[in-house]
Design a protein around this ligand. Structure first.
Ligand SMILES: [Zn+2]
Length: 245
């Protein structure tokens, strides 16, 4: 039982050190993710605008072709006006001319609107460029910073992880699960010890009778206030000695 308790505290001590390394990274991992998602969203906006621009240019080109065709027709119709033989033919022809002119007018107005749209899209795409550049620069900076921190502690982290694996291997599965559950719920600290008659985790006083029971190391006790696994100071000291090596 003594070993079972001290191994749990060894695990806690190693995890404390790993948590400290993790804390050195601070907000960097979150900042990197945030920048990446901002960049992605802007790039998607630009992509959508580029596509709209291309479609507008295509439609514009089609309009030009249509206008050209209508202009040729108009020339033809107007020439035919001199060759009409009766009113009926004349009326039919002028109707065709009116229709072609109306169509041309519509297409030209549409073309003008399309040109304005294309210019607007170009401006908007250009406006995003400096924003994107700035974000990409920030991202590069933060990523470099993060990489440096990770690299500086790479060896230490690997050493601790290796040690953790060995210790975790010695912990019974149900104990490990309990440990991880409390660790997750209570800010990484799952095991506390009695320090000056109080729980080192929540600083609440442990009743004297309970202190004696805990000192006897007969089973795993929990702090009645915070729910952490509570061990004696002797066991805690023993575990600390063990992980020095
Ligand atoms: Zn407590």
């Amino acid at each position: 039982m003594v070993d079972r308790l001290s191994t749990l505290f060894e695990l806690q001590l190693i995890d404390n050190q790993l948590d400290e390394l993790e804390e050195l990274r601070g907000d960097l991992p979150a900042a990197v993710n945030e920048l990446k998602s901002q960049i992605k969203s802007l790039e998607e906006q630009v992509e959508a605008k580029e596509e709209e621009k291309e479609n507008s240019l295509e439609k514009r080109k089609q309009n030009d072709d249509d206008v050209e065709r209508l202009t040729n027709n108009l020339k033809k119709f107007k020439a035919q006006l001199y060759q009409v033989r009766n009113n009926k033919e004349y009326d039919a022809l002028t109707k065709e001319i009116d229709h072609a002119e109306e169509q041309t007018g519509k297409l030209e107005a549409e073309t003008k609107a399309l040109e304005e749209l294309v210019e607007k899209l170009k401006r908007e795409i250009k406006e995003v460029e400096p924003q994107l550049e700035k974000l990409t620069e920030d991202l590069k900076e933060k990523e470099t910073e993060l990489k440096q921190i990770i690299k500086t502690n790479e060896r230490e982290e690997a050493r601790l992880k290796d040690k953790r694996d060995k210790v975790a291997h010695k912990v019974k599965k149900p104990d490990y699960n309990t440990y991880m559950r409390i660790r997750k719920a209570l800010n990484g600290k799952a095991v506390s010890f009695i320090n000056r008659s109080a729980c080192s985790g929540c600083h609440n006083v442990v009743p004297p009778q309970r202190q004696l029971e805990i000192k006897s190391n007969k089973r795993i006790f929990s702090c009645e206030s915070c729910g952490r696994i509570l061990i004696s100071q002797e066991i805690a000291e023993e575990a600390e000695k063990k992980i020095q090596f």
